[in-house]
Design a protein around this ligand. Structure first.
Ligand code: PGA
Length: 245
């Protein structure tokens, strides 16, 4: 089944108020492809100004807490993200799984909170290089989905992003064959976990997506879009990826 493609940008801890001027060019590229969904996930402090600058562009968070409020210094809740104007949130990015030691269970709780609070949850999974070299990539990702995919997720509320850790920010990407194998395995797992809705959940590829490789990666079966880091910071880089979707 061909799903509507989603191209999402993850600005990570990059950008600034001044960098929001890039959004105008991104909106232009998005308007040229009304058949593609486009979202930008800037740092939390830039969500509200981004929404104010480009009310027509979907803006998302990069993480959320599983709780609605409370004594969690430095964290941001789904309600706060929504109030700022976010419509989606990335959870379980490998940088957070590594740096903040987030577990599958925590990622699942965050995704559940996001969905319950009305945000689309983009759940990230992906193997390390050592795990791929050991032939464990598919098993690792299936295990991450077992542990972190919210079972109430639907094609509307849940997106999965496959991001091999070794491909993030490195300029290296898996072969088209490896991407196809992994996305087929993720699709089968989602259907096993979510039933018919699992066939409607979009599966993004992420990790060193750029203008020169986007068309090839996005043409792989069950690649329903891209999660883009470095190449989402500038409209001149991100626009062609939207065009390639
Ligand atoms: P990259 O990052 O495109 O810079 O490799 C992708 C991501 O971490 O989402």
């Amino acid at each position: 089944m061909a799903l509507r493609k989603l191209v999402a940008g993850n600005w990570k801890m990059n950008g600034s108020l001044a960098a929001l001027s890039e959004l105008a060019g991104i909106v232009e590229a998005a308007q040229a492809r009304p058949d593609v969904d486009v979202a930008i996930c800037p740092p939390a402090t830039l969500i509200a100004p981004a929404v104010a600058a480009q009310p027509g562009l979907a803006i998302g968070g990069q993480d959320c807490h599983a709780n609605a409020s409370g004594a969690h210094t430095g964290c941001v809740s789904v309600t706060l993200l929504k109030e700022a104007g976010a419509s989606c949130v990335i959870v379980g990015h490998s940088e957070r799984r590594a740096d903040q030691h987030e577990t599958d269970a925590e990622v699942q709780a965050k995704a559940q909170a996001a969905i319950a609070g009305g945000l689309k949850a983009i759940v990230c999974v992906g193997e390390t290089e050592a795990q791929r070299d050991a032939g464990q990539a598919v098993a690792i990702v299936e295990g991450q989905l077992d542990g972190s995919a919210p079972r109430e997720g639907t094609g509307e509320t849940l997106v999965v992003a496959y991001e091999p850790v070794w491909a993030i920010g490195t300029g290296r990407t898996p072969t088209v064959g490896d991407v196809a194998e992994m996305h087929a395995a993720i699709r089968a797992k989602l259907v096993a976990l979510l039933g018919a809705e699992g066939a409607k959940v979009r599966i993004l590829y992420g990790g060193s997506v750029k203008a020169s490789n986007a068309a090839e990666l996005l043409s792989v079966p069950d690649v329903d879009g891209a999660l883009v880091g470095g190449a989402s910071l500038k409209a001149v880089d991100f626009g062609p990826i939207i065009a390639a979707a």
